[in-house]
Design a protein around this ligand. Sequence first.
Ligand SMILES: [Ca+2]
Ligand SMILES: [Ca+2]
Ligand SMILES: [Ca+2]
Ligand SMILES: [Ca+2]
Length: 479
Amino acid sequence: MRVVLLFLTVVFSGLQLAAQGNYVSGGNEFVSHGTISLSTAGTNGWSTERSANPGYFSAIGAGVYSNETDAANINGYVKYYNTSADQGFTFPVGTGADLRLLTTSGTIAANSVFATAWITGDPSSTTDPTDGTVHPVTSRGAGIDSVSTAGQWDWQDISGTAAGVTVTVSIPNMSSFAHTTFLRLVGWNGTQWVNLSSTQGTAAANGNAENNVLTGTLTAGITAIGIGKAEAAYVVTKVFLQGAMSGSSMTTTLRNLNLIPLSQPYSGAPWNYAGAETVASIPAGVTDWVLVELRDAATPSIVRSTRAAFIKSDGSVVDIDGVSPVSFNDDVPSIASPMVAGNYHVVIRHRNHLPVRTVATQSLSRSSVLYDFTNAQAKAYQNPGITTNTAMKDMGSGIFAMWGGNVNSNTNVRASGLANDLAALQTALGGNLSSILSNVYHNADLNMNGVVRYSGLNNDYAFLSAVLGGNLSVIFTQH
Ligand SMILES: [Ca+2]
Ligand SMILES: [Ca+2]
Ligand SMILES: [Ca+2]
Ligand SMILES: [Ca+2]
Protein backbone atom coordinates (compact mmCIF):
# COMPACT_ATOMS: atom_id res chain seq x y z
CA MET A 1 0.00 0.00 0.00
CA ARG A 2 1.39 3.41 -0.99
CA VAL A 3 -0.16 6.27 0.86
CA VAL A 4 0.50 9.94 0.19
CA LEU A 5 -0.73 12.56 2.59
CA LEU A 6 -1.22 15.64 0.46
CA PHE A 7 -2.65 18.11 2.86
CA LEU A 8 -1.28 19.27 6.13
CA THR A 9 -4.78 19.43 7.47
CA VAL A 10 -5.03 15.70 7.25
CA VAL A 11 -5.41 14.02 10.58
CA PHE A 12 -5.20 10.36 9.86
CA SER A 13 -4.61 8.25 12.87
CA GLY A 14 -6.59 5.17 12.06
CA LEU A 15 -4.89 3.63 9.08
CA GLN A 16 -2.48 1.61 11.13
CA LEU A 17 -5.19 0.60 13.56
CA ALA A 18 -6.63 -1.98 11.25
CA ALA A 19 -8.45 -3.75 14.01
CA GLN A 20 -10.59 -0.66 14.59
CA GLY A 21 -10.83 0.29 10.91
CA ASN A 22 -9.99 3.51 9.12
CA TYR A 23 -11.90 6.72 9.71
CA VAL A 24 -11.50 10.25 8.34
CA SER A 25 -13.03 12.87 10.58
CA GLY A 26 -14.87 16.00 9.50
CA GLY A 27 -12.84 18.55 7.56
CA ASN A 28 -10.04 16.08 6.96
CA GLU A 29 -8.94 14.20 3.93
CA PHE A 30 -6.84 11.17 3.19
CA VAL A 31 -5.42 11.31 -0.34
CA SER A 32 -3.96 8.41 -2.30
CA HIS A 33 -1.85 8.49 -5.46
CA GLY A 34 -1.60 4.73 -5.60
CA THR A 35 -3.70 1.66 -5.13
CA ILE A 36 -5.32 1.02 -1.81
CA SER A 37 -7.05 -2.28 -1.24
CA LEU A 38 -10.24 -1.90 0.74
CA SER A 39 -9.91 -5.49 1.89
CA THR A 40 -7.16 -4.43 4.30
CA ALA A 41 -9.43 -2.64 6.75
CA GLY A 42 -10.23 -4.13 10.11
CA THR A 43 -13.59 -5.14 11.42
CA ASN A 44 -14.81 -1.56 11.55
CA GLY A 45 -14.00 -0.98 7.88
CA TRP A 46 -13.53 2.32 6.13
CA SER A 47 -15.62 5.31 7.03
CA THR A 48 -15.72 9.10 7.08
CA GLU A 49 -17.58 11.78 8.89
CA ARG A 50 -20.97 12.35 7.23
CA SER A 51 -21.95 15.97 7.81
CA ALA A 52 -21.98 19.34 6.12
CA ASN A 53 -18.22 19.26 6.52
CA PRO A 54 -17.41 15.61 5.88
CA GLY A 55 -14.17 13.69 5.83
CA TYR A 56 -12.95 12.19 2.57
CA PHE A 57 -11.01 9.23 1.34
CA SER A 58 -9.57 10.79 -1.80
CA ALA A 59 -7.58 9.73 -4.83
CA ILE A 60 -5.65 11.74 -7.33
CA GLY A 61 -4.73 10.91 -10.92
CA ALA A 62 -3.90 7.22 -11.13
CA GLY A 63 -4.93 6.65 -7.52
CA VAL A 64 -7.59 3.98 -6.99
CA TYR A 65 -9.34 2.08 -4.25
CA SER A 66 -9.57 -1.57 -5.16
CA ASN A 67 -11.19 -4.80 -4.00
CA GLU A 68 -14.46 -3.13 -3.04
CA THR A 69 -17.25 -5.50 -2.00
CA ASP A 70 -20.43 -5.34 0.07
CA ALA A 71 -18.25 -6.10 3.07
CA ALA A 72 -15.41 -3.73 2.10
CA ASN A 73 -16.40 -0.26 0.94
CA ILE A 74 -16.21 3.28 2.17
CA ASN A 75 -19.03 4.17 4.52
CA GLY A 76 -18.87 7.89 3.81
CA TYR A 77 -17.33 10.24 1.29
CA VAL A 78 -14.89 9.56 -1.53
CA LYS A 79 -13.31 12.35 -3.57
CA TYR A 80 -11.40 12.20 -6.84
CA TYR A 81 -9.00 14.72 -8.38
CA ASN A 82 -8.60 14.40 -12.15
CA THR A 83 -5.08 15.19 -13.29
CA SER A 84 -5.91 15.01 -17.00
CA ALA A 85 -8.98 15.01 -19.22
CA ASP A 86 -11.38 12.07 -19.44
CA GLN A 87 -10.05 10.20 -16.43
CA GLY A 88 -12.94 8.15 -15.17
CA PHE A 89 -13.05 6.98 -11.56
CA THR A 90 -14.89 4.42 -9.52
CA PHE A 91 -16.11 5.72 -6.16
CA PRO A 92 -16.35 2.65 -3.87
CA VAL A 93 -19.00 4.12 -1.62
CA GLY A 94 -21.66 2.35 0.39
CA THR A 95 -22.84 1.73 3.90
CA GLY A 96 -19.87 -0.39 4.86
CA ALA A 97 -22.12 -3.43 4.52
CA ASP A 98 -23.63 -2.66 1.11
CA LEU A 99 -21.63 -1.40 -1.88
CA ARG A 100 -23.28 1.28 -4.02
CA LEU A 101 -20.62 2.05 -6.64
CA LEU A 102 -20.67 5.26 -8.62
CA THR A 103 -18.41 5.55 -11.68
CA THR A 104 -17.61 8.56 -13.84
CA SER A 105 -16.68 8.18 -17.51
CA GLY A 106 -16.85 9.87 -20.88
CA THR A 107 -15.93 13.49 -21.39
CA ILE A 108 -14.42 14.88 -18.19
CA ALA A 109 -12.53 18.16 -17.91
CA ALA A 110 -8.96 18.02 -16.69
CA ASN A 111 -8.62 19.08 -13.05
CA SER A 112 -12.19 18.12 -12.27
CA VAL A 113 -12.87 17.39 -8.61
CA PHE A 114 -15.94 15.38 -7.65
CA ALA A 115 -17.03 13.67 -4.43
CA THR A 116 -19.86 11.40 -3.46
CA ALA A 117 -21.34 9.26 -0.71
CA TRP A 118 -24.23 6.82 -0.67
CA ILE A 119 -27.03 7.84 1.68
CA THR A 120 -29.55 5.16 2.52
CA GLY A 121 -33.14 6.25 3.05
CA ASP A 122 -35.95 8.31 1.63
CA PRO A 123 -34.53 11.55 0.17
CA SER A 124 -37.77 13.25 1.27
CA SER A 125 -36.88 12.80 4.92
CA THR A 126 -33.14 12.02 4.93
CA THR A 127 -31.04 15.16 4.85
CA ASP A 128 -28.37 15.44 2.17
CA PRO A 129 -25.48 16.40 4.50
CA THR A 130 -23.63 18.72 2.15
CA ASP A 131 -26.82 20.42 0.95
CA GLY A 132 -28.25 20.55 4.44
CA THR A 133 -31.72 19.92 3.01
CA VAL A 134 -34.04 17.09 2.07
CA HIS A 135 -35.00 16.41 -1.55
CA PRO A 136 -38.70 15.49 -1.71
CA VAL A 137 -39.39 12.61 -4.09
CA THR A 138 -42.65 14.35 -4.94
CA SER A 139 -40.71 17.16 -6.69
CA ARG A 140 -40.03 15.76 -10.13
CA GLY A 141 -39.13 17.07 -13.56
CA ALA A 142 -40.67 16.21 -16.92
CA GLY A 143 -41.08 12.55 -17.74
CA ILE A 144 -40.26 11.27 -14.23
CA ASP A 145 -43.13 9.38 -12.62
CA SER A 146 -41.52 8.62 -9.27
CA VAL A 147 -38.22 8.58 -7.38
CA SER A 148 -37.00 5.65 -5.29
CA THR A 149 -36.95 6.03 -1.53
CA ALA A 150 -34.14 3.48 -1.20
CA GLY A 151 -31.51 6.17 -1.09
CA GLN A 152 -29.41 8.70 -3.00
CA TRP A 153 -25.83 9.59 -3.74
CA ASP A 154 -24.80 12.91 -2.30
CA TRP A 155 -23.01 14.47 -5.26
CA GLN A 156 -20.46 17.26 -4.95
CA ASP A 157 -19.38 18.94 -8.17
CA ILE A 158 -16.53 20.71 -6.40
CA SER A 159 -14.88 21.96 -9.60
CA GLY A 160 -18.18 22.93 -11.24
CA THR A 161 -17.29 20.83 -14.30
CA ALA A 162 -19.69 17.90 -14.00
CA ALA A 163 -22.04 18.86 -16.85
CA GLY A 164 -21.73 16.26 -19.59
CA VAL A 165 -19.98 13.66 -17.43
CA THR A 166 -21.41 10.14 -17.69
CA VAL A 167 -22.32 8.57 -14.34
CA THR A 168 -23.04 4.88 -13.81
CA VAL A 169 -24.28 3.59 -10.47
CA SER A 170 -24.92 0.14 -9.06
CA ILE A 171 -28.49 0.03 -7.86
CA PRO A 172 -30.20 -1.75 -4.99
CA ASN A 173 -32.90 -4.24 -5.92
CA MET A 174 -35.46 -2.13 -7.83
CA SER A 175 -37.67 -4.99 -9.00
CA SER A 176 -40.60 -3.76 -6.95
CA PHE A 177 -40.00 -0.15 -8.01
CA ALA A 178 -39.75 -0.21 -11.79
CA HIS A 179 -39.37 -2.39 -14.86
CA THR A 180 -35.84 -2.19 -16.27
CA THR A 181 -36.89 -0.07 -19.24
CA PHE A 182 -38.47 2.45 -16.85
CA LEU A 183 -35.37 3.03 -14.69
CA ARG A 184 -33.75 6.46 -15.04
CA LEU A 185 -30.89 8.18 -13.27
CA VAL A 186 -32.23 11.37 -11.74
CA GLY A 187 -30.47 14.39 -10.32
CA TRP A 188 -31.57 16.91 -7.72
CA ASN A 189 -31.14 20.36 -9.30
CA GLY A 190 -31.99 22.35 -6.21
CA THR A 191 -35.70 22.34 -6.98
CA GLN A 192 -36.64 18.92 -8.31
CA TRP A 193 -35.43 15.51 -9.44
CA VAL A 194 -34.71 15.76 -13.16
CA ASN A 195 -34.11 13.03 -15.72
CA LEU A 196 -30.39 12.46 -16.37
CA SER A 197 -30.97 9.48 -18.67
CA SER A 198 -32.71 11.17 -21.58
CA THR A 199 -29.83 10.14 -23.85
CA GLN A 200 -29.83 6.55 -22.63
CA GLY A 201 -33.63 6.25 -22.58
CA THR A 202 -35.03 2.75 -22.12
CA ALA A 203 -31.47 1.37 -22.18
CA ALA A 204 -30.39 3.38 -19.12
CA ALA A 205 -30.35 0.28 -16.90
CA ASN A 206 -29.17 -3.24 -17.67
CA GLY A 207 -31.60 -4.77 -15.18
CA ASN A 208 -33.53 -3.94 -12.03
CA ALA A 209 -31.85 -6.36 -9.62
CA GLU A 210 -29.25 -5.74 -6.93
CA ASN A 211 -26.01 -4.45 -8.52
CA ASN A 212 -27.45 -3.94 -11.97
CA VAL A 213 -26.17 -0.64 -13.33
CA LEU A 214 -27.97 2.55 -14.26
CA THR A 215 -26.42 5.29 -16.40
CA GLY A 216 -27.07 8.95 -17.00
CA THR A 217 -25.38 12.15 -18.07
CA LEU A 218 -24.91 14.93 -15.54
CA THR A 219 -26.13 18.45 -16.02
CA ALA A 220 -24.93 21.56 -14.23
CA GLY A 221 -26.05 22.18 -10.68
CA ILE A 222 -26.82 18.61 -9.61
CA THR A 223 -26.28 18.12 -5.87
CA ALA A 224 -27.66 14.61 -5.41
CA ILE A 225 -28.18 11.59 -7.65
CA GLY A 226 -31.10 9.21 -7.30
CA ILE A 227 -33.02 6.41 -8.98
CA GLY A 228 -36.11 7.43 -10.91
CA LYS A 229 -38.90 5.81 -12.83
CA ALA A 230 -40.04 7.12 -16.20
CA GLU A 231 -43.63 8.05 -16.95
CA ALA A 232 -45.65 5.41 -18.80
CA ALA A 233 -47.68 5.55 -22.01
CA TYR A 234 -51.49 5.76 -21.73
CA VAL A 235 -54.00 5.50 -24.56
CA VAL A 236 -57.04 7.76 -24.71
CA THR A 237 -59.08 7.03 -27.81
CA LYS A 238 -62.54 6.64 -29.25
CA VAL A 239 -63.56 4.23 -31.98
CA PHE A 240 -66.83 2.67 -33.11
CA LEU A 241 -67.66 -0.92 -34.07
CA GLN A 242 -69.98 -1.11 -37.07
CA GLY A 243 -71.67 -4.23 -35.74
CA ALA A 244 -72.83 -2.53 -32.54
CA MET A 245 -73.86 0.82 -34.01
CA SER A 246 -77.28 2.14 -33.12
CA GLY A 247 -77.70 5.73 -34.23
CA SER A 248 -74.70 7.72 -33.05
CA SER A 249 -73.56 5.29 -30.36
CA MET A 250 -73.17 1.58 -29.76
CA THR A 251 -75.38 -0.95 -28.04
CA THR A 252 -74.50 -2.64 -24.76
CA THR A 253 -76.68 -5.63 -25.55
CA LEU A 254 -73.98 -8.22 -24.86
CA ARG A 255 -73.41 -6.73 -21.42
CA ASN A 256 -77.11 -6.42 -20.71
CA LEU A 257 -77.48 -10.13 -21.47
CA ASN A 258 -74.48 -10.97 -19.26
CA LEU A 259 -72.72 -12.53 -22.23
CA ILE A 260 -69.39 -10.67 -22.12
CA PRO A 261 -66.70 -12.88 -20.56
CA LEU A 262 -65.06 -11.61 -17.37
CA SER A 263 -61.61 -12.42 -18.78
CA GLN A 264 -60.26 -10.99 -22.02
CA PRO A 265 -61.27 -13.13 -25.02
CA TYR A 266 -58.15 -12.72 -27.16
CA SER A 267 -56.00 -15.57 -25.86
CA GLY A 268 -56.53 -17.74 -28.96
CA ALA A 269 -55.48 -17.38 -32.59
CA PRO A 270 -55.00 -15.09 -34.40
CA TRP A 271 -54.31 -12.80 -31.44
CA ASN A 272 -52.59 -15.20 -29.03
CA TYR A 273 -52.68 -12.47 -26.43
CA ALA A 274 -51.69 -13.93 -23.06
CA GLY A 275 -52.75 -10.99 -20.88
CA ALA A 276 -54.58 -11.81 -17.68
CA GLU A 277 -57.10 -8.94 -17.77
CA THR A 278 -60.01 -10.14 -15.67
CA VAL A 279 -62.81 -8.28 -13.91
CA ALA A 280 -65.32 -9.23 -11.24
CA SER A 281 -68.10 -7.68 -13.29
CA ILE A 282 -68.33 -5.89 -16.63
CA PRO A 283 -68.37 -2.13 -15.96
CA ALA A 284 -71.41 -0.05 -16.90
CA GLY A 285 -71.68 1.12 -20.48
CA VAL A 286 -69.36 -1.51 -21.94
CA THR A 287 -70.00 -2.76 -25.47
CA ASP A 288 -67.19 -5.35 -25.64
CA TRP A 289 -63.53 -6.17 -25.17
CA VAL A 290 -60.95 -4.81 -27.66
CA LEU A 291 -57.20 -5.14 -28.01
CA VAL A 292 -55.07 -2.01 -27.90
CA GLU A 293 -51.65 -2.23 -29.51
CA LEU A 294 -48.79 0.24 -29.30
CA ARG A 295 -46.89 0.11 -32.60
CA ASP A 296 -43.37 1.25 -33.30
CA ALA A 297 -43.19 4.90 -34.37
CA ALA A 298 -40.79 4.29 -37.25
CA THR A 299 -42.01 0.83 -38.33
CA PRO A 300 -45.70 0.62 -37.49
CA SER A 301 -45.91 -3.06 -38.42
CA ILE A 302 -43.94 -3.79 -35.25
CA VAL A 303 -46.16 -4.38 -32.22
CA ARG A 304 -44.38 -3.01 -29.14
CA SER A 305 -47.03 -3.85 -26.56
CA THR A 306 -50.61 -5.07 -26.25
CA ARG A 307 -53.40 -4.61 -23.72
CA ALA A 308 -56.96 -5.85 -23.54
CA ALA A 309 -59.42 -3.07 -22.74
CA PHE A 310 -63.10 -2.24 -22.85
CA ILE A 311 -64.91 -0.26 -25.53
CA LYS A 312 -67.97 1.61 -24.28
CA SER A 313 -71.15 2.66 -26.02
CA ASP A 314 -69.82 6.17 -26.69
CA GLY A 315 -66.77 4.66 -28.38
CA SER A 316 -64.31 5.40 -25.59
CA VAL A 317 -61.68 2.75 -25.05
CA VAL A 318 -60.93 2.39 -21.35
CA ASP A 319 -58.91 0.27 -18.95
CA ILE A 320 -60.60 -2.59 -17.11
CA ASP A 321 -61.89 -0.28 -14.35
CA GLY A 322 -64.25 1.08 -17.01
CA VAL A 323 -63.07 4.70 -16.78
CA SER A 324 -59.30 5.16 -16.88
CA PRO A 325 -57.07 5.64 -19.91
CA VAL A 326 -55.56 2.32 -21.05
CA SER A 327 -52.35 2.00 -19.07
CA PHE A 328 -49.08 0.59 -20.34
CA ASN A 329 -47.48 1.23 -16.95
CA ASP A 330 -45.36 -1.48 -15.38
CA ASP A 331 -47.71 -1.62 -12.38
CA VAL A 332 -50.39 -3.29 -14.53
CA PRO A 333 -50.11 -6.87 -13.26
CA SER A 334 -50.88 -8.56 -16.55
CA ILE A 335 -48.75 -6.51 -18.89
CA ALA A 336 -45.92 -8.32 -20.63
CA SER A 337 -44.24 -5.28 -22.15
CA PRO A 338 -44.84 -2.06 -20.24
CA MET A 339 -44.04 1.02 -22.29
CA VAL A 340 -42.65 4.37 -21.27
CA ALA A 341 -44.17 7.61 -22.46
CA GLY A 342 -43.29 8.45 -26.04
CA ASN A 343 -44.49 8.45 -29.61
CA TYR A 344 -46.36 5.42 -30.86
CA HIS A 345 -48.90 4.37 -33.42
CA VAL A 346 -52.08 2.98 -31.86
CA VAL A 347 -54.01 0.05 -33.30
CA ILE A 348 -57.45 -1.03 -32.12
CA ARG A 349 -58.47 -4.60 -32.86
CA HIS A 350 -61.79 -6.35 -32.33
CA ARG A 351 -62.69 -10.01 -32.71
CA ASN A 352 -65.09 -9.59 -35.66
CA HIS A 353 -64.12 -6.21 -37.12
CA LEU A 354 -61.21 -4.97 -39.26
CA PRO A 355 -58.62 -3.10 -37.16
CA VAL A 356 -57.77 0.59 -37.43
CA ARG A 357 -54.48 2.37 -36.91
CA THR A 358 -53.66 5.99 -36.21
CA VAL A 359 -52.65 7.92 -39.32
CA ALA A 360 -49.70 9.48 -37.44
CA THR A 361 -47.79 8.69 -34.28
CA GLN A 362 -49.30 9.92 -31.06
CA SER A 363 -47.45 11.34 -28.06
CA LEU A 364 -48.60 9.09 -25.23
CA SER A 365 -48.02 9.87 -21.58
CA ARG A 366 -49.99 10.49 -18.38
CA SER A 367 -51.45 13.48 -20.20
CA SER A 368 -52.33 11.83 -23.51
CA VAL A 369 -54.99 13.73 -25.43
CA LEU A 370 -58.03 12.05 -26.94
CA TYR A 371 -57.50 10.51 -30.37
CA ASP A 372 -60.98 10.24 -31.88
CA PHE A 373 -61.25 7.79 -34.79
CA THR A 374 -65.01 8.28 -34.97
CA ASN A 375 -65.25 11.77 -36.48
CA ALA A 376 -63.19 11.62 -39.71
CA GLN A 377 -62.17 8.97 -42.20
CA ALA A 378 -58.69 10.53 -42.28
CA LYS A 379 -58.14 9.67 -38.60
CA ALA A 380 -57.43 6.08 -39.66
CA TYR A 381 -54.38 5.10 -41.69
CA GLN A 382 -55.46 4.66 -45.32
CA ASN A 383 -53.32 2.17 -47.22
CA PRO A 384 -52.98 3.58 -50.75
CA GLY A 385 -52.67 0.03 -52.08
CA ILE A 386 -56.22 -0.76 -51.00
CA THR A 387 -58.80 0.91 -53.22
CA THR A 388 -61.79 -1.38 -52.73
CA ASN A 389 -62.64 0.05 -49.34
CA THR A 390 -61.65 2.88 -47.08
CA ALA A 391 -60.11 2.06 -43.69
CA MET A 392 -63.41 2.70 -41.90
CA LYS A 393 -67.09 2.50 -42.68
CA ASP A 394 -68.73 5.86 -43.29
CA MET A 395 -71.86 5.63 -41.14
CA GLY A 396 -73.15 9.01 -42.32
CA SER A 397 -73.66 12.11 -40.18
CA GLY A 398 -69.89 12.47 -39.84
CA ILE A 399 -69.53 9.17 -37.99
CA PHE A 400 -67.00 6.48 -38.90
CA ALA A 401 -66.65 2.93 -37.59
CA MET A 402 -64.43 -0.13 -37.85
CA TRP A 403 -65.74 -2.45 -40.58
CA GLY A 404 -67.77 -5.38 -39.23
CA GLY A 405 -68.48 -8.77 -40.78
CA ASN A 406 -65.16 -10.45 -39.95
CA VAL A 407 -66.50 -13.76 -38.59
CA ASN A 408 -63.16 -15.53 -38.93
CA SER A 409 -61.06 -12.71 -37.44
CA ASN A 410 -58.64 -12.54 -40.35
CA THR A 411 -57.54 -9.50 -42.35
CA ASN A 412 -60.54 -9.16 -44.65
CA VAL A 413 -64.31 -9.35 -44.96
CA ARG A 414 -65.63 -11.41 -47.84
CA ALA A 415 -68.59 -13.63 -48.67
CA SER A 416 -67.01 -15.81 -51.34
CA GLY A 417 -63.74 -17.55 -52.11
CA LEU A 418 -60.93 -18.55 -49.81
CA ALA A 419 -61.58 -18.35 -46.05
CA ASN A 420 -64.71 -16.28 -46.49
CA ASP A 421 -66.84 -15.01 -43.64
CA LEU A 422 -70.12 -16.27 -45.06
CA ALA A 423 -68.79 -19.82 -44.96
CA ALA A 424 -67.59 -19.18 -41.41
CA LEU A 425 -71.08 -18.03 -40.45
CA GLN A 426 -72.55 -21.19 -41.94
CA THR A 427 -70.00 -23.30 -40.08
CA ALA A 428 -70.97 -21.58 -36.83
CA LEU A 429 -74.52 -22.82 -37.42
CA GLY A 430 -73.32 -26.34 -38.13
CA GLY A 431 -74.36 -25.93 -41.73
CA ASN A 432 -78.02 -25.73 -40.72
CA LEU A 433 -79.02 -22.29 -41.92
CA SER A 434 -82.28 -22.35 -40.03
CA SER A 435 -80.67 -23.04 -36.71
CA ILE A 436 -80.36 -20.16 -34.21
CA LEU A 437 -77.71 -19.73 -31.52
CA SER A 438 -79.25 -17.69 -28.73
CA ASN A 439 -77.58 -15.96 -25.79
CA VAL A 440 -74.10 -16.46 -27.14
CA TYR A 441 -70.84 -14.52 -27.18
CA HIS A 442 -69.74 -15.58 -30.64
CA ASN A 443 -67.66 -14.07 -33.44
CA ALA A 444 -70.41 -15.01 -35.91
CA ASP A 445 -72.76 -12.67 -34.04
CA LEU A 446 -71.89 -9.86 -36.41
CA ASN A 447 -74.53 -7.40 -35.22
CA MET A 448 -73.61 -8.08 -31.60
CA ASN A 449 -77.09 -8.85 -30.32
CA GLY A 450 -76.27 -12.14 -28.61
CA VAL A 451 -77.85 -14.25 -31.35
CA VAL A 452 -76.29 -15.97 -34.37
CA ARG A 453 -78.80 -16.58 -37.15
CA TYR A 454 -78.84 -16.77 -40.92
CA SER A 455 -82.36 -15.70 -41.68
CA GLY A 456 -85.25 -13.89 -40.12
CA LEU A 457 -85.22 -10.83 -37.87
CA ASN A 458 -81.87 -9.05 -37.46
CA ASN A 459 -79.96 -11.94 -39.00
CA ASP A 460 -76.19 -11.91 -39.31
CA TYR A 461 -76.15 -12.95 -42.96
CA ALA A 462 -78.08 -9.78 -43.85
CA PHE A 463 -75.58 -7.79 -41.80
CA LEU A 464 -72.60 -9.29 -43.64
CA SER A 465 -74.26 -8.59 -46.96
CA ALA A 466 -74.91 -4.99 -45.94
CA VAL A 467 -71.26 -4.50 -44.92
CA LEU A 468 -70.25 -5.49 -48.45
CA GLY A 469 -72.87 -3.23 -49.99
CA GLY A 470 -74.83 -6.22 -51.20
CA ASN A 471 -71.97 -7.34 -53.45
CA LEU A 472 -71.03 -10.83 -52.27
CA SER A 473 -68.00 -11.03 -54.55
CA VAL A 474 -66.21 -7.97 -53.20
CA ILE A 475 -63.34 -8.24 -50.68
CA PHE A 476 -62.85 -5.59 -47.99
CA THR A 477 -59.36 -5.56 -46.56
CA GLN A 478 -57.83 -4.04 -43.47
CA HIS A 479 -55.60 -1.03 -44.13
CA1 LIG B 1 -25.18 -5.21 -1.99
CA1 LIG C 1 -25.59 17.08 -2.02
CA1 LIG D 1 -62.75 -12.40 -42.54
CA1 LIG E 1 -76.51 -11.46 -34.29
